[in-house]
Design a protein around this ligand. Structure first.
Ligand SMILES: Cc1cc2nc3c(=O)[nH]c(=O)nc-3n(C[C@H](O)[C@H](O)[C@H](O)COP(=O)(O)O)c2cc1C
Length: 284
């Protein structure tokens, strides 16, 4: 099950989806047994931004009959404190590390990529492109030309592999993936969450503090399979496939339509060792 992801050797094809597994909190809860039986073959950090962010007001989660809507809003310590306090702990994990970054402008993203790219402990960088261009309002990862301009801007700043994480809200995700590839991305990852808005059952007001949130889990699985298949037909670079993976069969589906590796997100909230179980099911 060993796999090469952009020149990085992984013991197997199961990653975590960014923001869905807090390895530092899990180490506090499970101790060193987490390191002995780490659930993933590569660890992807939650998305970090240049400045610290509080995230959205609560409530932040809504469970649907077949998924989860989250309105977390990217709370994080910001680049400086991530490098000083989280990175040394993440470096102790027994698998290669991928750091996810999001910039609200090209310059912000450039600063993140330069800083993260200069650290030997980090094997790969994921560009979370699900953010709006503050001038145009367009979601960068939903638009081929915005995606190309963003990837082109940061490509010369690091020799580390760059994974462009696409938005599933694109009219044509394969066109966005092709634009990322042409601009120098080493891989693409998909799918991120889809926008949804749950209502309070009594007041009929938006339930989530951020009003809207991102839908993930089983509800998005078939969308992920379709989008990964469409992207695989258009690009030659590796694909990190994700969206509703809860079993080895779900992972096999994404690999069958062209994913190189598979990431597990929402399922890890129900079962923190889902990554290991899914890998074992996949092997069988
Ligand atoms: C609570 C939560 C937090 C997330 N945080 C991030 C994040 O920080 N960065 C990111 O790129 N994606 C984030 N995602 C999206 C996941 O990485 C993944 O793309 C998506 O949930 C689909 O996979 P799944 O259905 O297996 O969860 C988050 C998803 C959830 C549910």
């Amino acid at each position: 099950m060993r796999v090469d992801l952009c020149g990085v050797e992984l013991d197997g094809p199961i990653l975590n989806g960014s923001g869905t597994f807090d390895a530092i909190a899990a180490r506090r809860a499970f101790g060193d047994s987490l390191l002995e039986r780490f659930p993933f073959d590569c660890f992807v950090s939650k998305t970090i931004t240049l400045a610290p962010r509080q995230g959205n007001p609560p409530p932040r989660l809504w469970e649907t009959p077949s998924g989860l809507i989250n309105s977390i809003g990217l709370p994080n310590k910001g680049l400086e404190r991530f490098l000083a306090s989280d990175l040394p702990k993440l470096t102790e994990l027994p698998v290669p590390l991928c750091v996810s970054v999001m910039g609200f402008s090209h310059d912000e993203l450039a600063a993140l990529v330069e800083a993260v790219g200069s650290r030997d402990e980090i094997a790969l960088i994921e560009l979370n492109l699900s953010c709006p261009n503050v001038e145009t309002g367009t979601l960068v990862g939903a638009d081929p030309s915005e995606t190309a301009a963003t990837v082109e801007h940061v490509r010369p700043l690091t020799s580390k592999p760059l994974i462009a994480k696409l938005s599933p809200s694109a009219t044509d995700p394969a066109a966005v993936a092709a634009a990322a590839e042409a601009a120098g991305a080493d891989a693409v990852s998909l799918i991120n969450t889809l926008k949804g808005m749950p209502l309070h059952p009594v007041t009929r007001e938006p339930w989530l503090g951020g009003h809207t949130g991102g839908l993930s889990g089983a509800a998005v699985r078939a969308i992920a399979v379709e989008q990964v298949a469409a992207v695989a037909a258009r690009v030659a670079i590796p694909i990190v496939g994700m969206g509703g993976v809860a079993t080895g069969a779900d992972a096999a589906d994404l690999l069958a339509v062209g994913a190189t590796v598979v990431a597990v997100g929402t399922e890890s909230f129900r079962d923190p060792v889902a990554g290991r179980r899914i890998a074992a099911e996949l092997r069988r």
